[in-house]
Design a binder for this molecule. Structure first.
Ligand code: HEM
Length: 398
């Protein structure tokens, strides 16, 4: 097959049902297919089986750092930013990650519970006051996690909308927009540098201040490392959670009995969130890796230099993860899904994401029990050219 004849990835719209069948066939008959990437047109291998994905997430033969070479194909413009936590390999990664974890503890996150609850309630109050129908994305999906991560980091409320706009451009897969993306990078970096300078002068009870003071013995974050981290956490902190909640409502729309069950049994919410993380692929793929030596996956040769992409919509539906994987079941016992990745790069924001999802879902169930999507699936408008599975708008009624 010539490069032009290869299937282009990501495959069309995120229509779950159509993709489930396609990925099941791939897992059974062609578990590591070659594709052409939508952005840049380079070639990559998709990783569709759970076991292979765990391996590329954790085996040092698969490098994140090697992707930085400008000639190596990648799905996302942001993949090429050097020295970012997600783009470095051990031992550099191990050192940085230790310092981040020292500042971003579960304790520090759980102390935010009342403030996160207040943000969720405030947004619902506003939505109720305006009345149905409402666009869930602009009224709750985006502002909720954006306000939470900005509050956690110490970004003032009036800057939230601007940060959201910069991140939208940075996470774009659209090559025609590269000048806009570059400008957004620059502006966001300058803004974060200003915040760090301010916190050095006047420490506050926020994550930027904790990152400035984070220590591992004598080790501390350099100025440049600090800047990249603040920048990364801002970006990673809202786009993922925002779209996870919106996608989760679409999934409940397909399985209304599961929404009803949660209304009757809110004690099932933590388990429901685990199932949502398995069932809803937040992005078309996890971060790409490059094989640094000849190797194999499921018996398929993977030559040194190959780019591999773990496909979240497939690896969590492998029958080794759970029985009857296309059934969305909030009562399912915990599955070893890879919704937060695995190994050294496993999502560092997972304690925050879990708390936001729990408070967000519980508040929606409690305050909008009759919530329904106002349009059929065929009328859902998906964003094109972005890394995450995101909708332009999601009309809801209650
Ligand atoms: C539901 C929400 C979220 C999901 C589903 C999610 C998912 C993931 C996944 C799958 C990875 C690993 C990707 C890979 O190795 O290929 C990851 C990494 C990461 N996530 Fe999240 N994430 C979420 C929320 C967050 C939040 C709220 C933050 C920060 C506040 C965050 C920060 C990060 C960072 C910094 C990394 C890179 C970690 C490293 O390389 O060591 N994420 N996330």
């Amino acid at each position: 097959m010539t490069a032009e004849e290869l299937p282009v990835f990501p495959f069309g719209l995120p229509n779950e049902l159509e993709h489930h069948q396609k990925y099941e066939d791939l897992r059974s008959h062609c578990p590591v297919p070659k594709v052409r990437l939508a952005r840049g047109g380079g070639e990559a291998l998709l990783v569709t089986r759970h076991h292979d994905a765990r391996r590329i997430f954790s085996d040092p033969v698969f490098s994140r750092q090697a992707i930085l070479d400008p000639d190596v194909p990648s799905l996302l413009a942001g993949s090429k930013i050097p020295d970012l936590l997600q783009n470095v390999d051990p031992p550099v990664h191990t050192r940085l990650r230790k310092l981040v974890v020292a500042a971003f503890t579960t304790g520090a996150v759980s102390r935010l519970r009342p403030r996160i609850q207040a943000i969720a309630d405030e947004l619902i109050d506003e939505m109720l006051a305006e009345g149905a129908p409402a666009d869930f994305i602009s009224r709750f999906g985006t502002p909720y996690p954006a306000r939470v991560i900005c509050m956690l980091l110490g970004v003032p409320r009036e800057a939230v909308d601007q940060v959201v706009e910069w991140m939208f451009h940075i996470l774009s897969l659209d090559e025609t927009n590269e000048a806009v993306t570059a400008k957004a990078f620059e502006d966001l970096a300058a803004y974060c540098a200003g915040l760090i300078t301010e916190r050095r002068r006047q420490p506050e009870d926020d994550l930027i201040t904790r990152l400035i003071h984070a220590r591992d013995d004598q080790d501390r974050l350099s100025e440049d490392e600090l800047l990249r981290l603040v920048w990364l956490l801002l970006g990673a902190g809202f786009e993922t959670t925002a779209n996870m909640i919106a996608n989760c409502l679409v999934t409940f729309g397909h399985f209304p009995d599961q929404w009803q069950l949660l209304l009757e049994r809110p004690d099932l919410i933590p388990g429901a969130i685990d199932e949502i993380l398995r069932y809803v692929p937040i992005a078309h793929a996890g971060f790409e890796r490059m094989a640094t030596a000849d190797t194999e996956l499921s018996g398929v040769p993977v030559p040194a230099g190959s780019v591999v992409l773990p496909v979240l919509g497939s690896i969590n539906f492998d029958s080794v993860v759970c029985q009857d994987p296309t059934r969305f079941d909030v009562t399912r016992a915990h599955t070893p899904h890879l919704g937060f990745g695995f190994g050294p790069h496993r999502c560092v924001g997972s304690p925050l994401a879990l708390l936001e999802l729990e408070i967000g879902l519980a508040t929606l169930l409690r305050r909008l029990p009759g919530l329904r999507i106002a349009v059929p699936d065929t009328e859902l408008e998906w964003k094109q050219g972005v890394a995450v599975r995101a909708m332009v708008r999601l009309p809801i009624i209650w």
